[in-house]
Design a protein around this ligand. Structure first.
Ligand SMILES: Cc1cc2nc3c(=O)[nH]c(=O)nc-3n(C[C@H](O)[C@H](O)[C@H](O)COP(=O)(O)OP(=O)(O)OC[C@H]3O[C@@H](n4cnc5c(N)ncnc54)[C@H](O)[C@@H]3O)c2cc1C
Ligand SMILES: NC(=O)C1=CN([C@@H]2O[C@H](COP(=O)(O)OP(=O)(O)OC[C@H]3O[C@@H](n4cnc5c(N)ncnc54)[C@H](OP(=O)(O)O)[C@@H]3O)[C@@H](O)[C@H]2O)C=CC1
Ligand SMILES: O=C(O)C(=O)Cc1c[nH]c2ccccc12
Length: 408
C-alpha cells in the first residue's frame, strides 16, 4: 500500500497493491482468505467496528444456523469438529474470528464506502470513504444482500403509541413479556421471532399477506436442505420439490387451513428464481397450530392503539415488529451498471461474480454461504492470475503516483 497526495487539502489518498474488498462479513473474509492463500494481499474496508457485523449486532439471541454446518463453512477452513450440527450465532462468530486470524485478515474498521467509481483514464477504481480515498486495479463488492433493513411505509404508522422495531434490532422476547405484538412478515425472521415471543409469554400476531413455503428443518433425521442437495444430484428440480412438499404435507398436514397458502412454484425452484427463502421450521408451526401464534391477513392500516386488517378485524397491540427483510445498499454508492436498481448483479448465478474493469461481487447469489464460497474461490483465482501478470509488468507505486498526478 502506498500513499499519494491527490487533493492534499481534502482527503488522504491511499494506493492499494491488491484488491479493495468492501465489507468484512463472511463474504469479504472468504474473498480475502482465498486471495491470501494465493499470495495476493487485499485491503478490507468495513463500516462497522468489527467483522461480521450483521451476525454480531443485527441478529437475535436465539439464532442458530438453519442449514447444517457443512453447508455454511467458508472456503479453506472448516468448523471445529466439536461444533453442533446447527452452530449458534456465537459459535459462528467465533469461527469467523478464528478464520480472520488464521489468514491474518485485519480490516480497516470505521471505513464506510460512500462512493466507488472506475476511472478509465488511469485504469483504477477510486473508492472514497468518509475520511479517505483509496485506489486499486480491483474492487470486490462484499456488502451483502442484507445490508439495509426494509421497513414498509404503512398508513397510520406515525400514530402508533408503542415501540416499532425491525427484526435487525430484536434481541429477545424478554423485552415483550406479556405483550400483544404485531409481527409483520412470515419469512424465517418473522417465524423465529414469533416463536421466541411465545417462549416469553407474549402473544404474537403474524401478518401473512402472501403465499409462503414452510418446510420442516429436518426430514427423517436428515436436514431438509441436505436431502434436497443430495436428490438434486440425481433428479430434476421439480421432482425434488414435489418430494419436499410431499414430506412437508405429511409432517404438517395442509398448512392452508392455518392461513399459510403455498406458492404454485416449488420451494427450491422459487428460491433459485426469485431468491425467496423457504421457511425452515424450528417450532413456529406447532405454535400456529395451538393458536399461540395468530396468523393475520394483510394490514389495512396502523391505528393509534393497534391495527385494522383487510378482513375487517381490528386489534390492539403494545408493539410492532417488522420482519420484512433486507436489501442491498450497493446502488447508493457504486457507480457501475453491473448491478440492478435493487443492488443485485444483473448476470444471474453462477456468473454474477465478475464484471468489467476489475469489478467483482461476492455473496450476491441468493444462495447463502454456499454461494459466498463459490464466488470467493473463483474471484481469487481470477485476480491471482492477473496479479502475477501485473507484478511482472513491474508497475510500482511510484508510477501509479505519476499517473494520478497527471490526472489531477
Ligand atoms: C438472520 C440471518 C440468518 C442467516 N442465516 C444463514 C444461514 O444459516 N446459512 C446461510 O447460508 N446464510 C444465512 N443467512 C444469509 C446471510 O446473508 C449470510 O449468512 C451472510 O451473513 C452473508 O454474508 P455477507 O458477507 O455477504 O454479508 P454481511 O454478513 O451482511 O456482511 C456485509 C458487511 O459489509 C459491511 N458494509 C455494508 N455496506 C458497507 C459500506 N458501504 N462500506 C463498508 N462496509 C459496508 C457491513 O457492515 C457488513 O459487515 C442469514 C441471514 C440473516 C439475516
Ligand atoms: N436461522 C436462520 O438461519 C435464519 C435465516 N434468515 C435468513 O435471512 C434472510 C432474511 O430473512 P427475513 O428477515 O425473514 O426476510 P425475508 O425477505 O425472507 O422475508 C420478509 C417477509 O416480509 C414480508 N413482507 C415484506 N413487506 C411486507 C409488507 N409490506 N406487509 C406484509 N408483509 C411484508 C414478505 O412477504 P412477501 O413474500 O409477501 O413479500 C416476507 O414474508 C433470508 O435469507 C432468511 O432465510 C433469517 C432468519 C433466521
Ligand atoms: O438462510 C438463508 O438465507 C439462505 O440463503 C440459505 C439457503 C440457501 N439456499 C437455501 C434453500 C432453502 C433454504 C435455505 C437456503
Amino acid at each position: 500500500m502506498g500513499t499519494c497526495r491527490e487533493e492534499e487539502t481534502t482527503l488522504k489518498c491511499v494506493w492499494v497493491h491488491g484488491p479493495i474488498i468492501v465489507g468484512a462479513g463472511p463474504s469479504g473474509l472468504a474473498a480475502s482468505a482465498c486471495l491470501a492463500d494465493k499470495g495476493v494481499p487485499s485491503l478490507l474496508l468495513e463500516k462497522s467496528n468489527c467483522i461480521a457485523s450483521l451476525w454480531q449486532y443485527k441478529t437475535y439471541d436465539r439464532l442458530t444456523l438453519h442449514l447444517p454446518k457443512q453447508f455454511c463453512e467458508l472456503p479453506l477452513m472448516g468448523f471445529p469438529a466439536d461444533f453442533p450440527k446447527y452452530p449458534s450465532k456465537e459459535q459462528f462468530v467465533s469461527y469467523m474470528e478464528s478464520y480472520a486470524s488464521r489468514y491474518s485478515i485485519e480490516p480497516r474498521f470505521g471505513q464506510s464506502v460512500e462512493s466507488a467509481e472506475f476511472d478509465p483514464s488511469c485504469g483504477f477504481w477510486r473508492v472514497r470513504t468518509q475520511d479517505m480515498k483509496y485506489l486499486s486495479r480491483w474492487i470486490i463488492i462484499a456488502t451483502g444482500e442484507n445490508a439495509e433493513p426494509v421497513v414498509p411505509d404503512m398508513q397510520g404508522m406515525d400514530k402508533f403509541h408503542g415501540p416499532v422495531i425491525h427484526t435487525s434490532v430484536y434481541k429477545s422476547g424478554a423485552e415483550f413479556r406479556n405483550q400483544n405484538v404485531l409481527v409483520v412478515g412470515c419469512g424465517n425472521s418473522g417465524m423465529e421471532v414469533c416463536l421466541d415471543l411465545c417462549s416469553h409469554n407474549a402473544s404474537p400476531h403474524m401478518v401473512v399477506r402472501n403465499t409462503v413455503h414452510v418446510l420442516p428443518r429436518e426430514m427423517f433425521g436428515y436436514s431438509t436442505f441436505g436431502v434436497a442437495m443430495a436428490l438434486l444430484k440425481w433428479f430434476p428440480l421439480r421432482l425434488v420439490d414435489k418430494f419436499l412438499l410431499l414430506v412437508a404435507n405429511f409432517t404438517f398436514g395442509n398448512t392452508e387451513r392455518l392461513g399459510l397458502r403455498r406458492p404454485k412454484t416449488g420451494p427450491i425452484e422459487l428460491k433459485n428464481v426469485t431468491g425467496k427463502t423457504p421457511v425452515l421450521d424450528v417450532g413456529a408451526l406447532s405454535q400456529i397450530k395451538t393458536g399461540k401464534i395468530k396468523v393475520m391477513e394483510g394490514v389495512r392500516e396502523i391505528t393509534r392503539r393497534g391495527a385494522k386488517f383487510i378482513d375487517g378485524q381490528e386489534k390492539e397491540f403494545d408493539s410492532i415488529i417488522f420482519a420484512t427483510g433486507y436489501k442491498s445498499n450497493v446502488p447508493s454508492w457504486l457507480k457501475s451498471d453491473f448491478f440492478t436498481e435493487q443492488g443485485m448483479p444483473k448476470t444471474p448465478f453462477p456468473n454474477g461474480w465478475k464484471g468489467d474493469n476489475g469489478l467483482y461481487s461476492v455473496g450476491f447469489t441468493r444462495r447463502g454461504l454456499l454461494g459466498t464460497t463459490s464466488d470467493a474461490i473463483k474471484i481469487a483465482k481470477d485476480i491471482a492470475d492477473q496479479h502475477m501478470a501485473f507484478k511482472d509488468a513491474k508497475i510500482t507505486t511510484y508510477n501509479a503516483h505519476i499517473v494520478l498526478q497527471k490526472k489531477s
